[in-house]
Design a protein around this ligand. Structure first.
Ligand code: DGJ
Length: 740
């Protein structure tokens, strides 16, 4: 609920368990008052009146100035610290006093309150704009605070959209050039947020290719700490997500935690700043690196959103809020009769580029026989793509492999009762391709300079309208002509020479174009599913999740490495979007050998996929796979829609225990995996959560045998009894169902 007190000019934003408040001061500046948990007994009408000034800031001393916590920090009001927004006005449009010489350009923005409105269901910029329904469509309130520059014809609207049930605020801004001259925007964060001094323990996800989503916890010091991507996709090295809490005051299931994530997949930055007064600010949005928006007269720019919130139930509570929010409000709603993500087969790790029609048919038949529901043909099917040196850009079936086109394989897959998925990497081109030979100017480059390749490929200039239109038309006919049900949309390199016809706007224009192409395809083919992949988990964020159904988390499919990667992923993203494959006995990246049961138990923690050579498995092994897949289908509704609790993480006892529980507490899945074996030591049991304490539960093993019968009380105090034969790689996926 949004409330405005006209006497004190105070805004109160009330969510289920949290509040957010700010006030317009006598000069018209929008000043932050507070953000945090609401008292548990508080009613809707209890709020901050704003008649008393609570916070005393240090007096302005010569070296301590500009520390007022404005809701938007405009370069002009703030130059000593990080600004939210920096705009340059041309002298031509700026008022000059008689005889005053021009100061080119005028880099000074002041934003003062003009008016506000409360609208129902605002749509933030690049975020869910695909027009497809999301899981929950109920209306939400958005507060729009209009600010104007007293001198320049420039307007900014601060947006606050509330999702009270998850304590989530979406923040974004709109910029309007109401003058007659182009203004340039040099810095544009979607929002700056203020958290209480002392909230310095920061949790982030960083890593690299094959080691994505590694959780890192550190304390902020005075100064600036930056997370960013300097490419046109989200990136492997950091994910646009954070949690903040006071050191020693938060745990997995307790304490106040602030959290946030960007709904944006372009070049982003999150800047954490502790200023001299120990105030903490977080600025999140476009990466100012090499950035510029040119706003022509009359133009409006709407940014994507920062999704943020605060909770009192620890890091786990923050994760569950973000999971629920993404599932209900961001992801496209499930379509058709199948509400759950299908079990998938992907041939990449089996064949790499060595594709053969008959082998694909064999794989498809075996996949269908063990219960797979979606068969995905990976890289290597098109043009002259017999290796990563050629073919990207030529999106027609290779005549050498598919002399009659893709259709016979697609029809075979459909007849086997599976959906057909196809790998594409639309943003890329190899020099050795017809597309590049025809349009060498269609790639990002600076004229006369080297065009650096990575994986032998160059990036198409998605700042060019003709390229976007070409990709829309090409992908559209691929789907139409071949009855494609699912695209695995890959993106396998970072930017090097960012030269584009769009100029420096390419840093966000590329992302905007990718969204536009996806949105176009989804509108034209409402049943088409899309998976986001970027050499593993290089494009995972709430912006891409608004137009995709699932993501590839990492190319590292080694079961034990994967536990860590998936555990990190779960801090922000729900299991429903996390594709995970059971691959070969001996892993292709790490060479380690793990039992089939462990590989299944790890992959069953998300969307189960199979990525091994099914033609090389014995009948016994295939039967084992079929049994695990059947078990997964029985429990996947809990994994894909239940609440997730990280009961034990790897750091403490080398054991990972995750529970998924349905909101009514009647069904749960408990996944236990032991990574480190410490002879002679005893690990604690893991009490479960969210069950009904008076209920009686049957606990099933993954062969459907009953392992135990226990009360909800026993399960939530002691947990599931441990088994004696535990060794590194020991794993179980228990299914719990209430029987009374
Ligand atoms: C990178 C992806 O992450 C892999 O799964 C696979 O699709 C390859 N690209 C294909 O080139």
């Amino acid at each position: 609920m949004i409330h405005f007190n006209p006497e004190t000019s105070t805004f109160n934003l009330h969510l289920k368990h949290s509040y957010y408040a700010f006030q317009i001061d006598s000069a018209g500046r929008v000043v932050h008052l507070g953000w945090g948990p609401r008292p548990e007994t508080a009613t809707e009408t209890e709020r901050i009146r704003g008649s008393i000034r609570y916070q005393t800031y240090p007096p302005h001393l010569s070296f301590i100035t500009q520390h007022r916590p404005d809701e938007i920090l405009a370069f002009g009001d703030v130059t000593t610290y990080q600004e939210t927004l920096k705009v340059a006005f041309p002298t031509a449009g700026s008022p000059l006093a008689r005889g005053e010489s021009p100061h080119l350009p005028v880099r000074d923005l002041r934003l003062r309150y003009d008016q506000h409105e409360i609208v129902v269901s605002g749509s933030p910029g690049l975020s869910p704009a695909h027009g497809l329904p999301t899981g929950r469509m109920s209306e939400r309130e958005t507060l729009r605070v209009h600010l104007i520059d007293p001198v320049q014809p420039f307007k900014v609207i601060l947006n606050y959209r509330l999702t009270p049930e998850h304590d989530i605020l979406e923040r974004w801004i709109e910029l309007k050039n109401e003058g007659d001259h182009t203004v340039t925007v040099d810095t544009c964060y979607f929002a700056s947020i203020h958290v209480p001094p002392g909230t310095i323990q920061l949790t982030t996800l960083s890593g690299s290719w094959a080691a994505e989503f590694t959780p890192t916890r550190q304390d902020l010091n005075q100064g600036i700490f930056i997370l960013e991507s300097r490419s046109v996709q989200t990136g492997h090295q950091a994910n646009p997500f954070f949690m903040l809490n006071t050191p020693d005051r938060a745990t997995e299931e307790g304490g106040t935690v602030y959290f946030g994530q960007l709904a944006y997949s372009g070049s982003w930055r999150i800047t954490f700043e502790q200023i001299t007064t120990r105030q903490i600010r977080v600025h999140a949005g476009y990466n100012p690196f090499d950035f510029k928006i040119n706003l022509a007269p009359g133009d409006t720019h709407i940014t994507p959103a920062l999704i943020c919130g605060v909770c009192q139930d620890g890091w786990g509570g923050a994760s569950r809020r973000m999971h629920d929010f993404l599932l209900e409000r961001v992801l496209p709603a499930p379509r058709g009769s199948q509400p759950w993500r299908p079990v998938l087969y992907n041939s990449w790790e089996d064949t790499y580029f060595d594709l053969d029609y008959d082998h694909q048919v064999t794989l498809a038949r075996r996949a269908a026989a063990i219960g797979v529901e979606l068969f995905c043909l990976d890289d290597g099917w098109f043009g002259d793509r017999r290796s990563d040196r050629a073919g990207l850009g030529d999106w027609y079936a290779s005549p050498a492999i598919f002399p009659k086109g893709l259709r016979p394989l697609v029809d075979e897959v459909h007849q086997l009762g599976m959906k057909f998925g196809l790998w594409v990497e639309p943003e890329m081109v190899n020099r050795d391709s017809n597309l590049y030979r025809m349009h060498p100017d269609w790639v990002l480059h600076f004229p006369g300079r080297e065009r650096s390749e990575a994986r032998n490929q160059l990036i198409l200039d998605l700042g060019r309208t003709e390229v976007v239109e070409y990709l829309q038309a090409t992908l559209d006919s691929l789907v139409t002509e071949n009855a494609i049900d699912f695209f695995k949309w890959d993106m396998n390199r970072n930017v090097s020479e960012p030269g584009s016809v769009a100029g420096q706007a390419i840093w966000y224009r590329h992302c905007e174009s990718v969204y536009r192409i996806m949105d176009y395809l989804r509108r034209r083919h409402p049943n088409l599913d899309i998976q986001s992949c970027s050499g593993g988990g290089g494009r995972v964020d709430a912006g891409i999740l608004a137009r995709t159904d699932q993501v590839w988390v990492s190319d590292n499919t080694d079961a034990l490495d994967r536990i860590q990667i998936q555990e990190g992923f779960s801090l922000c993203y729900p299991a429903r979007v996390m594709e995970a494959w059971v691959t070969h006995n001996q892993n292709r990246i790490t060479n380690r050998v793990w039992p089939l049961a462990l590989r299944f138990d790890v992959a069953m923690r998300g969307i189960l996929g199979i990525g091994t050579n099914l033609a090389g498995l014995s009948d016994v092994e295939l039967a084992e796979c079929a049994a695990y897949i059947a078990y997964y289908k029985r429990i996947r509704h809990i994994i894909q829609s239940g609440h997730l609790y990280r009961l034990q993480n790897l750091q403490t006892f080398g054991e990972s225990v995750i529970e998924y529980v349905m909101p009514d507490g009647r069904e749960a899945v408990c996944s236990v995996i032991l990574r480190d074996f410490r002879p002679g030591s005893i690990r604690p049991l893991s009490p479960l959560r969210g069950l009904n304490s008076s209920g009686e539960y049957q606990v099933f093993d993954r062969d459907f045998s009953e392992f135990a019968r226990l009360s909800g009380f026993e399960l939530m105090t002691l947990g599931i009894p441990s088994e004696p034969d535990q060794y590194p790689g020991y794993s179980r996926t228990w299914y719990l169902t209430q029987i009374d």
